[in-house]
Design a protein around this ligand. Structure first.
Ligand code: ATP
Ligand code: MG
Length: 577
């Protein structure tokens, strides 16, 4: 490719709404352009990166015998009604109607479609196991599309689905995908971790997420300092923290003016935060009110709450709703509140909150709290459920060593779905005894476009992107310092052809621009290797080779340059750099 012909408009200034590095550099280097909120067009350089990631995925899917298909983006509403997810999926689903008034959605995922696709034709155990997958645009009307490709409303996902005759088969299909994903992200050069995950909206019981470690990530991961335990913080069950025993005193009502927050309260009473028990309330699907009690220094893991209570959409409870259950916002506790019926009103208390002796909690009366509260004596009819979020230094659930909390970008997730969709959609096969059984399914997703953003978050400096070779838009840029110098032009062209002949993905920067501009663009776009042809190339017969990732520079004879570039690329590739 000749740079003079490449459509890659770069920007001087980064648009103000681009908050994170990957979004900024993708705009600045001319990889993508915004076409609407959470909607992006890919320009040639961005598209090349995407296609390279897709090619790696395709190879690894072929390696495990998964077969590529393509399903429609537009999906009929009926199949979602059948599975019960038409409403359950919530406002994230883009819905539309055709001219006849029939309803459709733009696929946010394809469990319904694939299950109904195969249900009448995948009929016998003899045809199984089978895994089918596609590379396709997905649509989610995210509540907060942001960070460019990281959380967009249209994005490319590789989604795959396995069909097995039993759980044992599913475990194998799952493991194959898990291993393939591990190879995909390794080959893409990412630093990542596989973590135990909650199955969430999709359903099922066993799941892992592939997390690219990065500060800009929206997910939090707990990871053990000693053993291999790693989990999404939403999935991790925090240990119960005991406190030194005290003789239980009598409950007292105390006036606590101007104590809007739990910190104010602890300060007002001169007690440590952990001697307070704080309340957080949610509403689930607008039908269930849930009062959650955790220790003052802890926070509530709403996924744990939802896993216990059930339902789909979890939101903060409204004042009216709270008052209807005898709860005074700002001063809530189970004491003097309605008794939970565990259908429309729940009270969940975290075990570490249960362990607080002579603690302080709300009195359901504005401006008042109770002190000397001992939950096992004073909280009536509550459900004791682990609902607090783990924090740095908590004991690892597996080995007891302290855990770390780090941030990550979810680039992929694998699920064992079991029979959730096949049962709902009456999708069965005949087993060896001629008996109809529901498929045992797994589903597997990779955020292809999010992976591009994740790679940039991990590999960049103040000058621009530092692509791993495997996914770089071009592997090598040959840059003649002056296009007015015929010798430089000739040598650069020879090197360019020589590299093309060795199947190197090479770009020749033949633009009539100042050397500084070309070097800046090369650093910004992030070609892994730059070969500079300057004055000395003609006089001494040497060129300079620079490795973007390491900053390493060397001067080599022109005659050796092609071979040396090959060596460097091979070395980088072998290190997944
Ligand atoms: P998240 O928790 O980040 O919203 P998810 O768990 O809902 O993601 P999945 O249903 O597991 O996503 O989809 C598979 C993959 O698709 C994710 O692992 C992620 O990499 C990618 N993905 C999901 N939502 C988006 C989005 N809005 N923009 C870009 N990629 C996305
Ligand atoms: Mg996910």
């Amino acid at each position: 490719m000749l740079a003079s012909k490449l459509y890659s408009p770069t920007l001087r200034e980064i648009p103000a709404d681009a908050e994170i590095v990957s979004h900024q550099y993708m705009l600045k280097a001319g990889l993508i352009r915004k076409s609407g909120g959470g909607l992006y067009s890919f320009l040639p350089l961005g598209r090349r990166v995407e296609l390279k990631i897709e090619a790696i995925i395709r190879e690894e899917m072929n390696n495990i015998g998964a077969q590529e298909i393509m399903m429609p983006i537009v999906q009929p509403a009926e199949i979602w009604h059948e599975s019960g997810r038409w409403n359950a999926y919530g406002p994230e689903m883009f819905k539309l109607e055709d001219r006849h008034g029939s309803q459709f959605c733009l696929g946010p995922t394809h469990e319904e479609l694939i299950t109904t696709l195969v249900r009448n034709e995948l009929r016998s155990y003899k045809q199984m196991p089978v895994t089918l997958w596609q590379m396709q645009n997905k649509y989610r009307d995210e509540i907060r599309p942001r960070f460019g490709l990281m959380r967009s409303r249209e994005f490319v996902m590789k989604d795959g689905y396995s069909f097995d005759v039993d759980e044992e088969g599913l475990h194998k299909s799952y493991q194959d995908e898990y291993d393939a994903y591990t190879r995909v992200f390794t080959r893409c050069g990412l630093e990542f971790k596989q973590v135990e995950a909650d199955s969430g909206q999709i359903g099922g019981n066993h799941s892992h997420e592939f997390m690219a470690l990065a500060q800009a990530g929206e997910a939090e991961i707990v990871s053990c300092s000693q053993c291999d335990y790693a989990a999404d913080i939403e999935k991790a069950t925090a240990p119960t923290l005991e406190m030194a025993a005290e003789t239980a005193k009598d409950v007292e009502l105390i006036e606590t003016p101007n104590c809007a927050t739990i910190e104010d309260l602890a300060q007002f009473l001169s007690i440590p935060l952990e001697k307070t028990i704080k309340a957080v309330a949610f509403t689930i699907d607008g039908e269930k009110t849930v009062l959650c009690m955790v220790r003052g220094d802890h926070s509530v893991n709403d996924v744990a709450v939802q896993n216990f209570v059930g339902g789909n959409a979890i939101e903060p409870a409204t004042e009216d709703e709270l008052k209807a259950h005898g709860l005074q916002p700002g001063y809530m506790s189970p004491i003097d509140a309605d008794k939970p019926d565990n259908e429309t009103f729940f009270i969940l208390v975290d075990p570490s909150a249960m362990a607080v002796p002579n603690g302080v909690t709300g009195a359901n009366k504005a401006g008042y709290h109770y002190q000397n509260v001992n939950p096992s004596r004073d909280f009536k009819d509550v459900s004791i459920v682990s609902i607090r979020t783990m924090v740095e230094g908590d004991a690892c659930p597996q080995c007891g060593a302290p855990i770390h909390v780090v941030r990550g970008i979810e680039v992929g997730q694998v699920f064992e779905l079991g029979t959730k969709y096949s049962e709902a959609l009456h999708a069965t096969f005949l087993d060896q005894n001629g008996k109809a059984k529901p498929y045992v399914m797994g589903c597997y997703g990779i955020g292809v476009t999010r992976t591009i953003a994740a790679a940039i978050e991990q590999f960049h400096d103040e000058h621009g992107i530092m692509w791993p070779v495997a996914i770089a838009p071009f592997e090598v840029a040959v840059v003649p310092v002056s296009t007015k110098d015929q010798d430089q032009v000739r040598i650069a062209e020879e090197l360019y052809k020589g590299l093309q002949d060795t199947k190197t993905d090479v770009l020749l920067d033949d633009r009539n621009e100042r050397a500084g501009v070309k070097f800046n663009d090369a650093d910004l776009i992030g070609y892994p290797v730059r070969v500079t042809v300057g004055k000395k190339s003609a006089s001494d017969g040497t060129v300079e080779i620079k490795v973007r990732r390491t900053g390493q520079e060397e001067v080599v004879p022109v005659d050796n340059a092609v071979a040396r570039v090959q060596e460097i690329l091979a070395d980088l590739r072998s290190k997944n750099m």
